[in-house]
Design a protein around this ligand. Structure first.
Ligand code: GAF
Length: 382
């Protein structure tokens, strides 16, 4: 549904003109599972978005329609409790806005958009961002952009139950057209790095699988990283998170660190180094080297962090003998969703056909392929 259709549907249903919010999903070029280890990431907002129409209800009531799912949620700002599924992204945001002292009032909302769910493009952060930004606009609240991102993350931790890092919410708020965000997840400071290569584009291959263990495995990885830190800390008190660890330190304590935990931690330490290197490659225009780092990241996610799956591995493997692909890797939390690829612009059509036919032959499932543009973060439209 386009914005104008959403505006009309809202007007028909609620008899009032809405504020319209466009809230993008994200891609991440490199730096996976580093955010909750206070490390580095390199994401950007993409041109697939959640769109939300909203207006004050004039009372305590919040009524939210999810058009794609044909579901409605109703709750009162004075009595917010956990709901089910997608409802928690909205309820959680409203709850934590209030907790931070912002006077949110009742509202009507309609949600639509084109971010495929479970694709690893973070439709959840887009939904959170749409509401934290939208309600801030609607009620003239005084939230800083960083606070909006943190509210989304709190909703995710305490209402949804995934102990995610800050990357997705941050990107949704701070995204900027044709720029990647190199974010330091400890200081929450970022620099923008131009990603504007006329000959290359970002292509996403959606495996169309979403394994159900994703959120429990995510929390387990996080716990394993914390276990690694608690062992290193005994000998290196300066280690507050894996951001402060080195491969030499890990190696030094290999006897004491359980093997799985060791592998997870080593991956994170190496991935942080890759992000920093990848930033220099971008600044020097060295896409070849950048692509090599993407492949190395995938191998780490597959073999050390063990968050990939057969389908994602195959999608990456398919690119290895193609000269028109600079780099490819699984993206996001893992266990399904998309791979991200940097592909020569002239070869995109051929690349699509090749991937679709090979993947379909092997898994009897048609992957969806998107060419992504890096766009601005969440914003209101007229
Ligand atoms: C998910 C999480 F939400 C992010 O915070 C991040 O950890 C990512 O997985 C893995 O890099 O998208």
């Amino acid at each position: 549904m386009q914005l104008d259709d959403l505006r009309r549907a809202f007007l028909r249903h609620f008899q009032t003109d809405p504020l319209l919010i466009v809230s993008p999903g994200r891609v991440n070029l490199i730096g996976e599972h580093t955010d909750y280890n206070e490390g580095y990431v390199m994401p950007g907002a993409i041109d697939k978005a959640v769109i939300v129409a909203m207006a004050p209800s004039g009372s305590d009531l919040c009524e939210v329609h999810a058009l794609n799912l044909q579901q409605t949620d109703r709750f009162y700002v004075s009595h917010i409790s956990q709901g089910e599924g997608w409802q928690n992204y909205v309820r959680g945001v409203v709850y934590f806005m209030q907790q931070r002292g912002h006077a949110v009032q009742g509202f009507y909302a309609m949600i639509d958009g084109d971010i495929p769910m479970g694709s690893g493009l973070s439709s959840s952060a887009a939904l959170e961002g749409a509401f934290s930004f939208g309600l801030h606009q609607l009620f003239g609240l005084e939230l800083t952009p960083l606070e909006m991102a943190l509210i989304g993350q709190q909703a995710e931790h305490h209402y949804v139950g995934v102990r995610c890092g800050i990357m997705d919410q941050y990107t949704n708020i701070f995204g900027r057209r044709n720029q990647l965000i190199r974010l330091d997840c400890r200081s929450l400071q970022h620099v923008y790095l131009p990603f504007d290569f006329p000959d290359y584009c970002i292509v996403l291959c959606n495996s169309m699988v979403h394994h159900s263990l994703a959120s429990s495995a995510y929390n387990e990885r996080r716990r394993q990283c914390e276990e690694g830190v608690s062992i290193l800390k005994k000998y290196h008190p300066e280690v507050k998170s894996l951001r402060d660890a080195s491969s030499a330190m890990l190696h030094e304590h290999i006897q004491e660190i359980p093997p799985k935990v060791y592998m997870r931690c080593m991956y994170v330490v190496e991935e942080n180094e890759r992000v920093l290197l990848a930033g220099s490659c971008l600044q020097q225009g060295n896409l070849e080297k950048f692509g090599d780092l993407m492949y190395a990241s995938h191998i780490g996610l597959q073999k050390q962090y063990e968050v990939s799956c057969e389908e994602l591995d195959y999608l990456v493997e398919l690119t290895l003998n193609r000269e028109d692909v600079i780099g490819a890797r699984m993206m996001g939390g893992g266990f399904g969703g998309c791979t991200i690829n940097i592909v020569h612009r002239d070869a995109v059509d051929d690349f699509k056909q090749y991937i679709v036919s090979a993947y379909q032959k092997k898994f009897h499932r048609v992957p969806e392929i998107y060419v992504g543009q890096i766009v601005d973060g969440v914003h209101a439209v007229d």
